[in-house]
Design a protein around this ligand. Structure first.
Ligand code: M6R
Length: 366
């Protein structure tokens, strides 16, 4: 059942090239310059007239929502707010019938997300679901939606659900960008073509597994870790930290790299591993100077860099290379080494990777 892998989590990490492909297959036709998604095509007017999009989710799905915020605002020029479902439902939010609520949930059973949907519906918003489990409560409760086609995710730590959620939300943003006329045909085409290269590029990232295992061995006994990223990769830093926390029980925090000097920099000493997403495009030079600040305080730097990088590679203690891609698609690649790293550290520490203590796969109580 684990397909030869030691754990479901590792199997699911390795399934990502196929899962991402399955999620856009049948929806994306790069050669014809088309994206077809029934849940959107049938409700295009609502999306086109929306004042804003509110995204609600929990945990890893909330991180996918944060990536989507960058994508929607950057590509489709629609204002987006991203909220923890548990906070949204209890703070008397201002919602109108000109709002669209997007609920993201792998299981489709998360109690807080379900309650947030009900609240938004009562206030007249159109509710769109991004779920993995077909026929789940959230899939049934929403007005329309698009499934991620990741296949069953058994490991409690969410992996392929995250990358396929980002894939669905990217398709949605691209489609709206095209319909709204904010994208030229050529830019749209460039995105679609690049999206089609992602499964092969994820495959390439997975080839770094042995290297990542070596890095995991160096840092497996750490008690604290910091994850830094900027822009599209700030949510990737949050997700990297969550993954490490939940399966290895090491305390980890994700931060936007520039926020470091407003507090967390005080933590840095020669015992502190700092994982930095430092791929080319999008604030590269700024991240380089953040890395210099860490280095001058003797922090250990483990960086995710673009193939052929030299600047960060010279400064860092370890680097993992990933293929080049568009900045907006980079979370799909940059997340993978962080998933593998958490996995190996947890295994080396003897943790129950697929069923971490105190956690359930779907949180059906608030
Ligand atoms: O099924 P959902 O996507 O609604 O679940 C949300 C969170 O409970 C979930 O992502 C959780 O944070 C994972 N254990 C993270 O790996």
């Amino acid at each position: 059942e684990k397909g030869g892998y030691d754990h479901f989590m590792l199997k699911e990490i390795y399934e990502q090239p196929r899962a991402i492909l399955d999620t856009y297959r049948g929806r994306l036709r790069a050669s014809q310059g088309l994206i077809k998604m029934a849940g959107i095509d049938q409700n295009l007017e609502k999306f086109m007239n929306a004042n804003r999009i509110i995204i609600v989710a929990c945990g890893t799905s909330w991180h996918a929502g944060l990536v989507a915020e960058y994508i929607f605002e950057d590509l489709a020029r629609i204002p987006v707010e991203v909220e923890y479902a548990s906070e949204f439902r209890y703070r008397n939010p201002v919602i109108t019938d000109k709002d669209i609520l997007i609920a993201i949930s792998q299981s489709g059973e998360t109690a807080d997300t379900l309650a947030a949907i009900k609240l938004a519906k009562e206030k007249g918003a159109f509710v769109f679901g991004v779920c993995n489990v077909v026929g789940s409560s959230i899939a049934r409760e929403t007005d329309a939606g698009a499934y991620t086609h990741a296949g069953p995710e058994i490991g409690v730590a969410s992996t392929k659900a995250f990358t396929t959620q980002i894939t669905v939300l990217t398709l949605l943003a691209l489609k709206l960008a095209k319909e709204k006329g904010v994208f030229s045909e050529s830019r749209f085409h460039e995105f679609l073509t690049e999206l089609e290269t992602i499964p092969a590029k994820v495959e390439k990232v997975l080839e770094s597994n042995a290297l990542i295992e070596i890095i995991a061995d160096v840092y497996k006994d750490s008690t604290n870790c910091l994850y830094l990223g900027r822009g599209y990769n700030f949510p990737v830093a949050l997700e990297g930290a969550l993954k490490l926390k939940e399966i290895s029980y090491i305390h980890a925090e994700g931060y936007p790299a520039a926020e470091m000097k407003h507090g967390p920099i005080a933590l840095i000493d020669d015992q502190m591993p700092v994982f930095v997403i430092a791929t080319k495009k999008g604030h590269y030079e700024k991240v380089v100077s953040n890395i210099q600040e860490i280095k001058s305080r003797k922090g250990k730097i483990i960086a995710i860099v673009t193939e052929g990088d030299t600047q960060v590679t010279e400064l860092a203690d370890h680097v993992v290379e990933v293929p080049e891609t568009l900045e907006s698609l980079s979370p799909l690649l940059n997340t993978i080494p962080l998933q593998l790293l958490s996995y190996h550290i947890a295994v080396m520490r003897g943790c129950n990777v697929d069923q971490p203590r105190n956690l359930a796969k779907s949180v059906t109580v608030e």
